[in-house]
Design a protein around this ligand. Structure first.
Ligand code: GUN
Length: 300
């Protein structure tokens, strides 16, 4: 393998250690315990595993933490009332609703109901707008984790050609918004390719990327010959491609053909152990920020 492995799990552990100190100090000096509620609607196995990991980390950091499980047939109205309850709860600083929600619930309406100051996912339109204009407190967790990995492993992305594959509201669009900012750790030239881009053009754009960020939702989509020699490849994909007979656990694959691309790239994130642990860590960072803001220690 030519590429250097970007060990997201190690970077995440390091950031969490710093966060733990911050939490201990918040509790000891200011009597503020960061509070996080993660709301899960239904029983999607991937969503269960994500919220379980989020809860585990928030407990490890010493947060006040609630896992709120709701039946898949909860009405939109009842879910909005639940959010209102947590909006008013002073012990809760961060509210996360695991997506996707069941089809009978309008996700946009639900995300709009979260107090923007408790919106630790940064999905509320106010926070989305603030990110675009570059005046934000919270960054969405997955793109923020990608940015952190790029800066720590590859170096300053200023002036580099960044190509984002995918235009979801959770990853692709905010990733573009983050990397185009005239700020340290960003300031890149950014192109976004997506399902509206002809395949030959997707390949063309990928091949000129210094930094390729892939959130396509298609297992092993990016091929070895689509990647520039020495490029930094960030694989956001988590696809369940089977069940291991040995362990009974899901077999995961990213959106990048790791074996082929790692021969070409200079830096690459593995799946699992790359972006995933960073996403959770950024959620914890946002919750600490929200708690500090609620205590008047920083301004939102
Ligand atoms: N589903 C997939 N990714 C995410 C995320 O970052 N936040 C939430 N709330 N749901 C998700």
């Amino acid at each position: 393998m030519a590429a250097k492995l970007i060990k997201g799990a190690e970077v995440a552990a390091q950031i969490r250690e710093e966060l733990k100190k911050e939490v201990d100090e918040l509790i000891a000096k200011h009597n503020v315990t960061p509070g996080l509620v993660t709301i899960l609607v239904g029983e999607d196995p991937a969503s269960i595993s994500y919220v379980t990991a989020k809860q585990k980390t928030s407990h490890e950091l010493g947060f006040y933490s609630i896992q709120d499980n709701q039946e898949p047939d909860i009405t939109e109205d009842a879910l909005l009332k639940l959010i209102d309850k947590y909006n008013k709860d002073p012990k809760i600083h961060g509210i996360l609703i695991q997506l996707p929600l069941p089809k009978h619930i309008d996700s946009n309406k639900v995300l709009l109901a979260i107090d923007p100051n408790k919106d630790v996912d940064a999905f509320h339109p106010i926070n989305v707008g603030r990110i675009l204009i570059g005046n934000y407190v919270f960054l969405p967790c997955t793109p923020a984790g990608c940015q952190e990995l790029i800066n720590r492993a590859y170096g300053d992305p200023k002036g580099k050609e960044v190509v984002v594959v995918g235009r979801s509201n959770i990853v692709g669009k905010p990733m573009v918004a983050i990397m185009i900012q005239k700020k340290a750790g960003a300031n890149s030239t950014v192109t976004c390719v997506h399902t509206g881009t002809p395949k030959d053009k997707i390949i063309e754009h990928c091949r000129r990327a210094d930094i390729l960020i892939v959130a396509a939702g298609v297992p092993k989509y990016i091929q070895g010959d689509w990647v520039k020699e020495g490029a930094c490849v960030i694989d956001v994909g988590v696809n369940r491609i089977g069940i291991s007979e040995k362990t009974g656990k899901a077999i995961l694959a990213g959106d990048v053909d790791f074996d082929a691309v790692s021969q070409k790239a200079g830096f690459i994130t593995p799946v699992p152990g790359g972006v995933g642990p960073m996403t959770i860590t950024m959620l914890m960072k946002n919750t600490v920020l929200a708690a500090k803001a609620a205590a008047g220690l920083i301004k939102i």
